[in-house]
Design a protein around this ligand. Structure first.
Ligand code: ASP
Length: 363
């Protein structure tokens, strides 16, 4: 078979080198961390308005400890030779079970007072993906997403059908009370009051509202954010991405965010990169953020950090969107970029010390 591919003319090569140089000079995000072998892992726990002065030392310490625990979980899977996919699922399960984050237990509420959860997982080696949306009765939506990927002929299942599929495939169920936290309920009440909307009845099984309601300073931007995500490169060089969320506080019935939309909030391909996003999902869907970053790496020759900054610092910001991403390249290079004042984040490469941050002006 004859190949019709030709080497690009020198002028095009020069132009793309110049473009890459321009983007590099405008970089504003923290430097990427590269590795040539071994595993690499990055985690986010949501992005938003985060202020060092107003977040108490205890709250900061709680988030840093939770991120460290999630890193440890991923590292232990990868140190035993586990796959990127297994590490990604296990890290997200840990974060879903932690009520600090807006995923699984601790998820935000819809305007109707329910937890409706979205999640997705993608395997860079096979470019297979599984996603679920509008989940109300599955303890770990990320495991349901993985079951969709591995045990169904589909990529995405939603609502009651997805729950039935989970029950049929032995995915652990949970009652509404499992997901409930008073902090998120109070956040819903504040948001509904601002919008002049009625407050729904408390979910079944959670009991009456405590009097007085405990005051918390946790996560200043309480009304949204706190989604969790992970990107992984395993020792074999395979990539995976996984993301899980309760969405945005007081979202309307049936609203689906970017997280389960493959290419928007979650994407992985061994040929280019793996990305997990967090932020106001509507913007991430419109820009196809995760896939766009990988496309810039593949087709424009940008470095992972340049591609992440191009999409987050320039395109997302220009559209008025807010949030950030974590990413990993096939060689294990890790990157993150966000245009909010903070993003709960952590990264580690095999044999190196972990880096954990909350506020913008950290490593
Ligand atoms: N991206 C999520 C959504 O829009 C929310 C978040 O990341 O905080 O559903």
């Amino acid at each position: 078979m004859t190949s019709h591919r030709r080497a690009p003319p020198a002028a095009i090569l020069l132009l793309s080198l110049a473009l890459a140089g321009c983007t590099a000079s405008r970089q504003v995000a923290p430097a990427a961390q590269a590795t040539t072998s071994g595993w690499a892992l990055a985690i986010h726990g949501g992005a938003g308005v985060m202020d060092r002065e107003t977040m108490s030392a205890d709250t900061q310490a709680a988030y840093r400890a939770a991120l460290q625990a999630a890193l440890d979980k991923g590292a232990s899977v990868l140190n035993q030779g586990g796959s990127a996919l297994d590490a990604a699922e296990n890290v997200v399960r840990t974060l879903e079970d932690d009520p600090l984050f807006n995923a699984g237990r601790g998820a935000v509420f819809t305007a109707a007072g329910r937890n409706e959860l979205d999640a997705a997982i993608m395997d860079g080696a096979t470019v297979k993906a599984g996603a679920v949306a509008g989940i109300t009765g599955t303890r770990n939506p990320i495991s349901l997403a993985r079951a969709v990927m591995e045990k169904s002929p589909h990529v995405m299942l939603i609502g009651a059908g997805a729950e039935t599929f989970g029950q049929q495939n032995g995915v652990e169920q949970a009652a509404p009370a499992w997901f409930f936290t008073e902090r998120r309920w109070q956040s819903l009440k504040r948001t509904l009051a601002e919008r002049g909307l009625p407050v729904p009845a408390r979910p079944p099984g959670v009991g009456p509202e405590p009097v007085p309601v405990a005051k918390t300073d946790q996560m200043p931007e309480d009304r949204k954010f706190g989604t969790v995500g992970v990107v992984v490169r395993d020792r074999a060089g395979h990539l995976a991405a996984a993301t899980s969320t309760g969405g945005t506080t007081a979202k309307l019935w049936g609203r689906v965010g970017d997280v389960p939309i493959i290419g928007a909030g979650t994407y992985a391909n061994d040929e280019s990169c793996a990305v997990s996003a967090t932020g106001t999902g509507e913007y991430f869907i419109r820009l196809g953020v995760a896939r766009e970053i990988c496309n810039l790496v593949t087709y424009k020759g940008l470095s992972l950090q340049q591609a992440a900054d191009e999409v987050i610092q320039k395109r997302l910001t220009a559209l008025g969107g807010d949030g950030g991403i974590i990413a990993v390249a096939p060689d294990g290079t890790l990157a993150w970029s966000f245009n909010t004042s903070g993003m709960y984040r952590a990264r580690q490469s095999e044999g190196q010390a972990p880096v954990i941050g909350i506020f913008r002006n950290e490593p």
